[in-house]
Design a protein around this ligand. Structure first.
Ligand code: FUC
Length: 802
């Protein structure tokens, strides 16, 4: 039996270098799913890397159709709530669905592309030595090729400090570079060259995306209300030795050795409650300003500032699963090989870090949250509007943020939650005559909160009403990871309390327990014993679990803040009365109010396992009975599903402490739900799966949801030796771990807030022989914890294991 010796030492962690992590290809992108994404949170681009006819597709995060929401689009809605409940209590499911449709409102708006840049380069000969990459260690993309003995190089990045996209084109021989720059868009736009030789594209988003009511031609203006969002981007070419000329809408650069293209962009977005046209910002002024300021800097200054800014975030986490990476092979080949060999730990590291890259590139403080596609979308009618789906997808986007040391990137979500709380208060009042704030399953940049569907949506998604308690989990998690009490008191708590007020009003008592009605288990369908199929019911397990989670977080928050004893006591009483979780005949966790069958037993949503992840109500360490029921549920659900579904299953299995099954799900994701550019595929591209997988990998290595730090809780046997640095545990601890032959060999814990540290390793059977040299360390429970000890903020503690 291994003896574990815990030494409380103040020690320096070994600062292993970040690896150079690169996605690279030996041919240009054939389509968008092979193009490579760059972004600074606000400005994104997909780079195709074509030699003679380059396409760079642009996005700006705030370019959406529509404008501020109508807070009361369906004044009749409240009158249907009681009849819906009556119908549900009588098992008249069809009637309940009919009535629920009458409680729906407008659909959300859509995220829009900013436009295209087309670079046409004169190439007098065959292209050879072709190479393109995305280096996620410094967030730059390069395309390189040779024609007639001249090597051409294009480097691109999207700078957060300077708020511009920079493209540098170079030739290896003097004056061998000649190309034109054009722009294009599918929406209404104009293009021009200014007197300063700036190429400008100006456009307008549609005022409504409602294709049924407003078929083509698109509606850009609405004389009664408002006009659509204005947008523009501007391109300036700077060259020392080339000649810049132009037609009326194309820039031409001739005989240059090196050219810098500065690209700036802005929209008139001025906040979720301002009309984007009449009350909009002066997008021209903003775009010009970004351009003018960056034009004062040369390439090196811009690049240095960009890399420094990016690496400040990216380099915080290092993951090493192998010394030998197959990075001499192109990424698409590695992916194909992986599908047959199942063996490329370097690719597994790359994909994990790619999720962190995508979050840094699509969610920056001051912006709005990463949407269904982050910030990368080329369609004017994107799938699912490229909006926010709150019954899993937008939350999944933010699962890795805190654990993977990108806490700042949650700021856009927290700000958006404040907006949801504003609109959601109107929705709770106007739709249900209830307190607090309500968010339904679909939303957008304008923070829409009403049930969507326009009377025709299926209530199994459209009428799901528990967005506010789920989103509130992120408010509290931000506190749990940072220990920022001021934030908890001033920002999180009031929003959480208001969400709880909605839940209190939403709950109804039936047969001595508190239930929800209407209720769905997104977006699944049950089959009653008599064969009746339905999606709407009462008290789905997920509803109960989400409400349990919020109430528990508030009770815990109150024990920290000590400001709201009565409310905490009320929630304790209500929590005790919530319709309980049940285990079914097949040993599974029951999804519905009754032990009913699923129409599709392999349905992609596994909503009723919310309590296992991202919740904390069920754990093998708390009650193996319920954990076993979750395992059974997952076995029946199977290992398939869409990209995000597989990603969620990595997290579930990790929380069940089954590293090998978690790893199996990771392999499945790379096998069948990953595109050549490593974007997650639903299909089509959905970024949630990328983020969910990054979170799942972190959960395999470190867990802390039970207010203790579990080191390597679900390490797969395949990852025999490894090292990870920079993961964050709740309680504000930064963790570094080394392992060999599947056993933890050493760890460093840096305390950021001076909290008590409780530790558990993955060899949890052998905790008999604890020795500690530190007198303040206290052993809580020999069979449960290795140890628990007081820490000092800013100090690093070394865990020595013999
Ligand atoms: C939910 C999921 C779908 C898709 C959509 C964006 O409705 O059920 O699979 O991910 O969100």
């Amino acid at each position: 039996m291994k003896r574990l010796l815990f030494l409380l030492l103040i020690a320096q962690s070994s600062f292993a270098q970040q690896k150079t992590l690169v996605l690279w290809y030996s041919q240009p992108a054939k389509d968008w799913n092979e193009a490579l994404p760059i972004g600074n949170g606000r400005l994104g681009a997909m780079i195709f890397g074509r030699a003679g006819d380059e396409l760079i597709q642009l996005n700006e995060q705030t370019l959406w159709t529509g404008g501020p929401v109508n807070p009361n689009p369906n004044p009749d809605a409240p009158k249907y709530l009681q009849p819906v409940r009556n119908a549900l209590f009588k098992d008249s499911i069809g009637q309940a669905i009919k009535l629920l449709r009458k409680m729906q409102g407008p659909n959300t708006e859509m995220y829009q592309p900013l436009g295209d840049i087309i670079l046409k380069q004169q190439l007098n000969g065959e292209v050879s030595n072709y190479y393109r990459d995305l280096n996620i260690s410094n967030a730059t993309a390069t395309t390189r090729f040779t024609v007639n003995g001249v090597e051409y190089t294009r480097e691109m990045f999207s700078s957060a400090p300077d708020q511009v996209i920079i493209i540098r084109l170079k030739a290896s021989q003097p004056k061998a570079l000649s190309f034109s720059v054009g722009v294009n868009h599918e929406l209404k736009f104009s293009r021009m060259i200014t007197s300063d030789n700036e190429l400008v594209l100006k456009g307008k988003a549609r005022i409504t995306n409602d294709e049924r009511r407003n078929p083509k031609p698109f509606i850009y203006e609405d004389s009664l209300h408002q006009d659509g969002m204005r947008f523009q981007f501007r391109i300036k070419a700077v060259t020392k030795d080339g000649v810049v000329s132009h037609t009326d809408s194309i820039l031409t650069i001739s005989n240059a050795t090196e050219v810098l293209l500065y690209v700036s962009a802005a929209t008139s977005y001025n906040g979720f409650d301002k009309y984007p046209d009449k009350d909009g910002k002066d997008e021209e002024k903003i775009a010009k300003q970004f351009l003018q300021t960056s034009l004062k800097k040369d390439y090196k200054q811009l690049l240095d500032a960009h890399v420094k800014d990016y690496q400040k975030y990216f380099n915080r986490v290092v993951l090493s699963l192998t010394d030998k990476s197959a990075d001499d092979q192109p990424t698409d080949k590695r992916l194909t090989d992986y599908r047959t060999t199942g063996n490329d730990p370097g690719l597994e590291e790359l994909y994990f870090q790619f999720g962190r890259y995508l979050l840094i590139s699509s969610s920056r403080p001051g912006g709005i949250p990463a949407n269904l596609q982050g910030i990368w979308n080329k369609e004017i009618r994107p799938s699912w509007r490229s909006n926010y789906t709150t019954n899993i997808n937008v939350e999944m986007n933010y699962w890795p943020a805190e654990m993977c040391n990108l806490s700042e990137m949650t700021e856009p979500l927290i700000q958006q939650i404040k907006r949801w709380a504003v609109n959601g208060k109107a929705t709770a009042k106007n739709y249900y005559n209830m307190r607090g704030w309500a968010v339904h399953h679909n939303s957008d940049m304008w923070a829409q909160t009403n049930p969507v569907g326009e009377g025709g949506g299926d209530p199994k998604w459209a009428n799901w009403a528990l967005g506010s308690p789920w989103l509130s989990q992120h408010l509290y998690e931000h506190y749990r990871f940072t220990s920022d009490k001021k934030y908890l008191k001033e920002t999180a708590y009031p929003l959480m309390k208001s969400a709880a007020e909605f839940c209190l009003d939403w709950l109804v008592e039936k047969d001595g327990v508190l239930i929800t009605a209407p209720s769905t288990s997104p977006e699944n369908v049950y089959v009653l014993p008599n064969g009746t199929k339905g999606s709407v019911t009462i008290a789905s397990a997920m509803d109960m679990e989400i409400i349990w989670d919020l109430f528990t977080n508030i009770i815990e928050a109150d024990s920290i803040l000590n400001i709201d004893k009565d409310f905490a006591a009320l929630l304790k009483a209500k929590r005790a009365k919530l319709s309980p979780l049940k285990i079914g005949k097949a040993g599974n966790l029951i999804e519905w109010y009754g032990d009913w069958k699923d129409e599709d037993p392999q349905h992609r949503h596994v909503s009723h396992l919310f309590a296992l992840h991202p919740g904390r109500e069920i754990s093998p360490l708390l009650d193996p009975k319920f954990a076993d029921a979750c395992r059974k549920t997952l076995e029946v659900r199977g290992d398939g599903g869409t990209g995000w579904s597989k990603a969620w299953k990595i997290n579930f299995w990790a929380r069940l402490l089954d590293g090998d099954h978690a790893y199996k799900m990771y392999q499945q994701l790379l096998d069948s739900s990953t595109m050549k550019n490593l974007f997650d595929s639903h299909p089509p591209f959905q970024i949630d799966g990328n983020f969910g997988a990054t979170s799942g990998i972190a959960e395999m290595l470190l867990q802390s949801h039970l207010n203790e730090i579990q080191l390597l809780p679900a390490l797969p046997s395949k990852w025999k030796d490894g090292h990870v640095r920079g993961l964050i545990a709740r309680g504000a601890f930064e963790v570094e771990m080394f392992w060999k032959d599947g056993k933890l060999t050493k760890a460093f814990i840096t305390s950021k807030a001076g909290n008590i540290c409780k530790l558990r390793t993955n060899q949890n059977s052998a905790i008999k022989d604890i020795k500690t040299t530190n007198t303040t360390a206290q052993l809580n429970n020999q069979t449960q914890y290795i140890t628990s000890f007081a820490t000092v903020a800013g100090k690093t503690y070394e865990v020595v294991i013999k």
